[in-house]
Design a protein around this ligand. Structure first.
Ligand code: HEM
Length: 296
């Protein structure tokens, strides 16, 4: 039976780790992927593969590509290797550490650890700015329609994920009046009410999913991250393709009308990547589209 990786559709966990890997010994990839298939269940450990891995295997995943460069004054975004991405979900940081060590060890020498970001749920699901995040996420069947490739495709049950690490400038944010903060998002922080008279640059005006043609729905599963006194949002959006995310991002950076998202006044993306998250077949990662057949 083909299903989506269940972790994509579940609410965000209390804690998480995002691991990204670079390519190591290419000759060992098939063995490492066979090991990963035993360790990653798609629920507690969600898996995504990037364009560089598909290319190394000579595979073509329709719709998979690299994250387009965003160019805006003052922006400096680190390009991730786009090889392998793991989202470890859990409620115990100790268990997450042990799980990530075990998986990293099993993946060597084919994959080498590039980056780990520890993330967590803040309050009832807020960004570190204090605003509730995820309110307008589609739910139920609409979430599946937005995030998962439909049954008629050879990639049925899989998903495409855009990830971006944003770093907040808390001093700058705290210096804003409450009115300016609410206007930057387009919702009232105190009760999450959407503001009818929000400015055009308000984040929810830039990204209002029904306002695109075609409508641009994604399933956001972002989580706050922190390191020392630094922090921000690990933005994560699952889609049945990258189109909806790209439409939103283009409008955020002002490509449509020259108006850039007010979010940029207090936060900036510092890295980002695209990955394809395969379906599960009978509960195991379906790797056939990559040309890897661990069962044979
Ligand atoms: C630091 C970065 C970001 C922060 C702090 C942030 C925060 C928020 C908040 C507070 C909301 C309102 C509540 C909700 O519906 O979730 C929201 C909505 C939304 N955001 Fe973001 N966001 C960030 C980046 C992005 C990016 C990069 C995209 C896509 C390219 C995006 C897409 C959306 C969408 C689609 C909505 C719902 C809009 C609607 O249909 O009303 N966000 N975001």
């Amino acid at each position: 039976m083909i299903t989506a990786q269940p972790g994509i559709l579940l609410p965000i966990p209390q804690h998480a780790r995002y691991l990204s890997f670079a390519l190591g010994d290419v000759a060992q990839i098939a063995a490492a992927l066979a090991a990963l298939r035993e360790l990653a269940d798609g629920e507690n450990t969600v898996v995504g593969f990037g364009q560089s891995l598909a290319s190394a295997l000579g595979a073509k995943i329709a719709g998979l590509k690299s994250l387009p460069q965003i160019t805006a004054p003052g922006l400096s975004i680190e390009a991730a290797p786009e090889v392998l991405w793991l989202w470890l979900r859990g409620d115990d940081r100790g268990e997450l550490l042990h799980r990530s060590r075990k998986i990293t060890c099993a993946l060597a020498p084919a994959f080498t650890l590039h980056d780990i970001v520890d993330a967590f749920k803040y309050a009832e699901g807020r960004d570190l700015s204090g605003f509730e995040d995820g309110t307008e996420n589609p739910v139920g069947e609409a979430a599946i329609d937005a995030a998962i490739v439909g049954p008629d495709s050879p990639l049925a049950g899989s998903s495409f994920v855009a990830t971006q690490r944003w770093r907040h400038n808390f001093d700058c944010f705290e210096a804003l009046s409450q009115h300016a903060k609410d206007n930057a998002i387009g919702r009232r922080q105190c009760d999450n009410e959407e503001l009818d008279d929000a400015p055009t640059c308000a984040h929810v005006k830039r990204t209002a999913q029904e306002s695109f043609s075609p409508e641009a729905f994604v399933l956001r599963r972002s989580m706050p991250w922190a390191e020392g006194n630094d922090g921000g949002l690990l933005f994560v959006a699952f889609g049945h393709s990258f189109d909806a995310f790209e439409a939103q991002l283009k409008r955020m950076v002002g490509r449509e009308d020259g108006v850039s998202d007010a979010l940029f006044t207090f936060t900036q993306p510092v890295s980002g990547a695209y990955y394809w998250c395969p379906a599960l077949k009978d509960g195991k990662l379906e790797l056939a589209p990559l040309g890897v057949f661990p069962d044979r």
